[in-house]
Design a protein around this ligand. Structure first.
Ligand code: DGP
Length: 115
């Protein structure tokens, strides 16, 4: 997608602090961190949002969770725990229209996720 910020990060047209990359997935630190560890994990394939997922993407999404597991260990938040957030659409607060999984950790997170 021409004007997608995250596609530009994938193509290295916009710089980012990459913590993981393979042929299908890339993960980088969020530009506006909400926690000591705030990483975005995204598929390299442009999928606009969770609601645009198709059955053929099932393996890819499964792989994203395996990557999240690896990153959690890499970032040493596996023992204390962390949160995965996927915002979807206008009411869900999705600002970037490229499916992404927030990894939030490194501190005790609040419980108010539905304000
Ligand atoms: P969401 O609200 O779920 O769409 O979150 C989008 C996140 O993307 C938000 O936390 C800020 C982050 N973000 C937006 N633009 C950039 C960027 O250019 N670089 C990085 N690293 N993060 C970005």
């Amino acid at each position: 997608m021409e004007d997608c910020i995250f596609c530009k990060i994938i193509k290295k047209e916009i710089s980012s602090n990459i913590v993981y990359e393979d042929s299908d997935i890339i993960a980088f630190r969020d530009i506006n961190p909400l926690a000591p560890v705030h990483i975005l994990v995204i598929p390299k394939k442009h999928i606009s949002s969770l609601i645009d997922l198709e059955e053929k993407d099932e393996l890819l999404i499964g792989k994203i969770y395996t990557v999240i597991n690896k990153i959690a260990k890499q970032e040493k938040i596996n023992e204390n725990g962390f949160r995965i957030v996927v915002n979807c659409g206008k009411d869900g607060g999705q600002e970037v229209q490229h499916l992404h999984f927030h990894i939030l950790g490194g501190k005790k997170l609040g419980t108010k996720i539905c304000e």
